[in-house]
Every structure is written in C-alpha cells, then in structure tokens.
Design a protein around this ligand. Structure first.
Ligand SMILES: [Mg+2]
Length: 358
C-alpha cells in the first residue's frame, strides 16, 4: 500500500487533464481484447460487434460551477447540451449515435419540475439526433451534474480517427468558431452586472442572440457526416472542437505524426462573434483558436476530394505539413503576415475551474 499522506500526493493541476488521461492509460495498460479497435486514444472508444460493424462509446459529464452556471444556463438547454456534447464525440468518429444513458447528480435545491425540464431538453436532443435514452441513474449530490454516455454504430471501414492526417491534406473546419466563447463572455458579464445590481442596467441580449445560443445549446454536426456518407467521401482525420481549434489540431498532429500550417485570415468567424470581441476589446482570433465548446468538426482531406462537399458547410483553414521540431508542430500565419508557432492553449479543466457556486 502506498502512503496516503496528503502532503505526499500530487495535485491534479500539476499534470493537467491530458497528463491525467496518460496516467490512466498507464495504470490500465494496453487493452488485450481483440475486439477493441481503439481504446483511450480518440473522441470515442471503438470496438467490433461483428466482422463489419463497430460500436463507438463515449461519456462526458457537465458539472455545475465547472461547465455551467445555473444563473444563466436554462435547464432545458443544459439537458440538450449534455447529450449534444456526447453526440459530437460520436460524430467525430464518423459514426451514428444510437443509445444513451444519463446519470444525474441532484442537489437539494433542485425540484421535481426542474428535473423534468432537464429531461425535456434531453428529449429534444434525442429527437434532433434520432436516438434514445435507455437508462441511467440518479444520486444526491452537492451540485447539479449530468453524466451522459452514448453508444454509436458504424461500418468498421467508415470510422475516421485522429491519426489519419496525411501531408498535403487540407485542414478544414465546419461552421464557425469562437462563437460559443463569445456567448459565454456576454453571459458572464450579464451575470456580474445583475449581481452588482448596477443602476440603469437593462440587459439587452438581442445583439448577442446567436453567440449565446451557440454557448447554451450547441448542435452536434450529425447532419454533416450524413451528407458525407451520401456523397461517399470520408476525411483522413476527424475530431470535434471541445477545447478550441488549436488544441484539436495539435491532437490530430500528435496522433498522425505530422505538422500543420494554419492561416489566421481563413478562420471562419461569425460577424456577431467579431462584434462581441470588439466590444470586450479582445482579439477575436483568440476566441476562435482557444475558446472551445464550438462542437464543430475539424477534418483533413486531399484538396481534390473537397469538391464533393457542399462548400457552404466548411472552410479550409490550413494544410497538413511534414513534422518539424516538436515545439513548432503547428504554425499559424497571422493576418499581418508573420508565421508563428501555435501552442495548444485550449481550456484545461484542472487549471482554473470557476469556483463552485451553490
Ligand atoms: Mg472530442
């Protein structure tokens, strides 16, 4: 038995979320079961159910005070988002979500009506993604939490991993990025002003309705991968954006043993996101690269295959290049022309969590 003296223990902040994942993999060891195609390595685990079919399995938890603030997160949206973020990970394997289980941690100040509202949001997401909740668990807890697991299905040949990027591929992003973070900024400022009961503060969130919706109820890009299947194309590498474009491109590069060249002017940013950054006096590129929670997809594909895709649904933001030195794995050409190394910089859950509020 190792000593449990707290003074000899290591704080999670010292190793961070990704360090913790690496530690779990070391502790568990490599999977020895032949049916496991991909374990702790991608957006979701992949295991074979027969010769041609696989299931993908993922789980994600939203915790009050860490991932959301009940002061501005409507419970219906919370239910929707909890399922959506899991569906996004299934979609990021190019698989179709099928079934979910939901575990709720319920504090004393949550009523039956509130739980019902959360489930209404979950039901909306089930309808939107054509899937079913088939079980779960409820527990007393100090703060509200929703833990969701989703199983998806795919033909074994159609699954797309992070590790498939090839030198020369274009790096593409669906939709627009940075908007969820812009929405969060607006919601946090609004909460602050309401709490301070600033005189003559009348919240007018209309100019921010798009970015707020993107933060509160992000849709997973299921429709898009269905279009890819119809067009009979699949990317070389695929990942969803939970921690910010920069972090996700680093994941693809790490898994694929390649580098990346990005172009700042090519980043798809909605005008409302730009306006929000301007209002806060901040650099909108920082929102786009490090904001996170966009739940858009990043994929790499040879240029000639991009013609098969609807050009309205994605933007080319860079290309896959041969891997250089480790600390210059991902470069970004800034709008003024300078080419600079980019660090992952995405939100690391153990670094600076919002203090829990109850
Ligand atoms: Mg993911």
């Amino acid at each position: 038995m190792e000593s449990q003296n707290p003074s000899q223990q290591t704080a999670l902040a010292e190793i961070g979320e990704f360090g913790l994942i690496a530690l779990m993999r070391d502790t568990l060891g490599e999977p020895t079961d032949d049916s496991i195609v991909s374990g702790i390595a991608d957006d979701a685990a992949v295991y074979r159910v027969d010769d041609d079919r696989v299931h993908v399995l993922t789980t994600d938890t939203l915790v009050e005070g860490v991932h959301f603030d009940r002061a501005f997160m409507p419970l219906e949206h919370l239910g929707f988002k909890a399922l959506s973020v899991n569906v996004s990970d299934v979609v990021a394997m190019n698989a179709t979500p099928r079934y979910a289980t939901v575990s709720l941690g319920i504090p004393q100040n949550i009523s039956v009506e509130m739980v019902t509202t959360i489930y209404e949001g979950l039901k909306q997401a089930c309808d939107a993604y054509d899937m079913h909740i088939v079980g779960g668990d409820t527990n007393a807890a100090h703060g509200l939490s929703l833990s969701v697991s989703v199983v998806g299905a795919a033909d074994a040949n159609n699954v797309v991993y992070r590790r498939g990027a090839q030198v020369g591929d274009k790096i593409c992003v669906t939709g627009d990025i940075g908007s969820s973070y812009a929405g969060l900024k607006v919601l946090l400022r609004n909460r602050e002003r309401l709490q301070e009961q600033e005189e003559d503060f009348e919240p007018n969130l209309d100019p921010f309705s798009y970015v707020i919706r993107r933060h509160l109820a992000p849709p997973a890009q299921l429709k898009l991968i269905r279009e890819w299947a119809d067009a009979d194309v699949q990317p070389h590498a695929l990942i969803d954006i939970s921690d910010g474009l920069s972090a996700e491109v680093h994941h693809i590069c790490e898994a694929s043993g390649v580098g990346a060249q990005l172009y700042e002017p090519a980043l798809p940013i909605d005008p409302e996101t730009r306006n929000t950054a301007t209002e806060f006096g901040e650099d909108v590129t920082v929102y786009a690269l490090f904001g996170g929670e966009d739940y858009e997809l990043v994929f790499t594909m040879p240029e000639d295959e991009l013609d098969a895709l609807d050009p309205q649904t994605f933007s080319v933001v860079g290309e896959v290049v041969a891997r250089e030195e480790d600390d210059e794995q991902v470069m970004i050409q800034r709008a003024h022309g300078e080419n600079v190394p980019l660090q992952p910089g995405g939100f690391d859950h153990f670094d600076d969590p919002t203090p829990p509020q109850s």
